[in-house]
Ligand binder design. Structure first.
Ligand SMILES: [Zn+2]
Length: 198
């Protein structure tokens, strides 16, 4: 397994649509394993293939200690709506409110290639919707108002200098909490909920 570089805002791959996989091969399983390791190293709760420079229609997530890999996912039911703040491992230090369905049913293949359906609510449902957007070249900042987007673009201009070539390098075993709001999940379970980075 390996920790992969994360592509950040500005890398064109984040704006490309992924391609559905015909089969879950050993290569896909290796990608999934690397994506789990990368997501954990970055202390995120979700990670989609384009974020590590890949075009497979795959994402991984881990909400409430429940790791899930989804290949060729589609949402087949959705209901409710809730506005809450999100972040993204590919847009560090930027946060914004997004409306998402509060309950969804997803159909996908798991890392073994077996089809499954799962009903998810709240943060897990939000995570799937955020990752599915990644697979279609869409980012959470696209939901912002024009004014907020302009403000965000200015803030990102300053932040992006930390990521030459639009690459965010992670080192295995090192904490990568964000600068301004770092909080450890394990060290302080009583910490208030924080904006998920997905
Ligand atoms: Zn994201």
């Amino acid at each position: 397994m390996a920790v992969l570089d994360i592509r950040v805002l500005g890398d064109p791959i984040l704006r490309e649509r992924t391609e559905a996989l015909r089969a879950v091969t050993d290569e896909v399983r290796a990608l999934v394993a690397d994506m789990f390791e990368t997501m954990r190293a970055a202390e995120g709760i979700g990670l989609a293939a384009p974020q590590v420079g890949r075009k497979e229609r795959v994402f991984v997530m881990e909400v409430d200690d429940d790791p899930m890999a989804m290949v060729n996912p589609e949402i087949i039911e959705r209901e409710g709506s809730e506005r809450a703040e999100e972040g993204c491992l590919s847009i560090p230090e930027i946060f914004g409110d997004v409306d998402r369905a509060t309950r969804i049913v997803v159909r996908a293949l798991d890392a073994e290639g077996n089809p499954f359906e799962v009903e998810l609510t709240d943060l897990a449902a939000r995570c799937v919707q955020h990752e599915l957007d990644h697979l279609d070249g869409k980012l959470f900042i696209d939901y912002m108002s024009l004014i907020k987007r302009k403000f965000t673009a200015r803030k990102w201009e300053k932040e992006a200098v930390n990521y030459p070539g639009f690459i965010r390098k992670l080192e295995p075993g090192k904490a990568h909490s964000r600068k301004s709001r770092s909080r450890s999940k394990s060290a302080d379970p009583a910490a208030p909920p924080f904006e998920p980075e997905l």
